[in-house]
Design a protein around this ligand. Sequence first.
Ligand code: 6PG
Length: 479
Amino acid sequence: IQYDFGMIGLGVMGSNLLLNMAGHQFAVIGFDKDVQKGQALEAASSDVSEVIKGVSTLEEMVRSLKKPRKMMMLVPAGKAVDSVIESLLPLIEQGDVVIDGGNSHYTDTLRRVTYLKPKGIHFMGMGISGGEHGARTGPSMMPGGNMEAYNQVKPILEAVAAKVDGEPCTAYMGKDAAGHYVKMVHNGIEYAMMQLISEVYDLMKRGLGLNNDELHDIFGRWNGGELQSYLIDITEDIFVQKDDQKEDNNVRLIDLILDKAGSKGTGKWTSQDAMDLPVAVPTIDTAVSFRTISGYKDERVEAAKLYKNEIKKVSLDKDTFINQLEDALYFGFIICYAQGLAMLYQASKQLGMDIPLHDVVKIWRGGCIIRSKLLNDFYKAFKENDNELPNILLDKGIADIIKSKEDSIRTVIKEAIDTNIALGGLTSALAYFDAYTTENMPTNLIQAQRDYFGAHTYQRIDMPGVFHTGWISKEEKSV
Ligand code: 6PG
């Protein structure tokens, strides 16, 4: 038998994706050096009628694939990807398609595409979102690279992807490393949304004194409304999860989890690359920074003792405030997406990736971590603007939504300042909005200062050209 698709790396993601493919009548083969992983894959496939095989040599996997071969690697980003490529090279041939489905940095993907192109190998970077459950039941997949190669794998990807209104949550994301670029930005948005949710949680927990059952109910209600999204949905569940380490208690697990956030780097990459473009993504930057601050636990404990800044209760009516929080979060979510999508717009142009933004938001509607009802509005906006939308805040429909939530986020932030609760994400979202929507920023002063101390020149509002002034200092004036 010749197999339709091969997987290199049978971790949870790789195995689950293969099981998903097999369930859609594709014959699949997976390779992992660890023999047990291949066996476990075959054992897990009893419920699928199609052929599924696990092997422990790369040669056997490659030999068993239909030509042109289609395969994916799901191995840790970094050196492992390069080493798989080197092991594959003597075994594969012109026209074969090799997909990297991990969270690789897009510059690595670009380098690999360039390296493999002269050898006739189609190397594709593809972002996959949805975690292990998503991989098994329908992830969102963001493939980029050579169009011809994409067309070879399209039927498989479309079959296994999550579906929204019958449409698959996968599409061609653009040239070269576009797939990994889009996934990187997806993760930046993911970081920012999670940061905002954590701030709203803090305001309700410490600011309003709500307990986990109340939080569970509120997030449940929110998920039934405009905020409907995967992250709000899982947050609802989290508040009622009991601790499974100790038997005797009613303590919720959430209250036992140490407040140090981990990260694997994709959020940071988004901020770093945004700075290079440059595009402003302050809410993503803040999310990365707040995870960093969270890591300095010992210092925080010491500083808390030193400053003794007690958390004060919210003084506004509880129910009204909760409704305002819902609106503030909705406003914040829009800003997170706005920043990420503006980044994709610019990066696509600068790196010549031709990223179809309407398809990006379309395939984010299902399967991925940042899926939300809101993305339907963005999809409409990009369609109406023919993809030429540098920032979704410029869309009339989105502007109407934002305007209806603006008062709430201002009230929430004003109130939060007196509680001593840190709202880095929400305040950055509002500040971004205020800066982006003002005709006149105070940056004329920055220009004057730059020219004063460094002759960096400035432009004027009343005449064209570049100017430098011999600024007169106090000392000079006094002589
Ligand atoms: C997804 C996620 C996933 C990511 C994790 C962990 O879309 O399924 O983005 O790819 O690896 O969310 O990221 P951090 O460890 O950096 O939080």
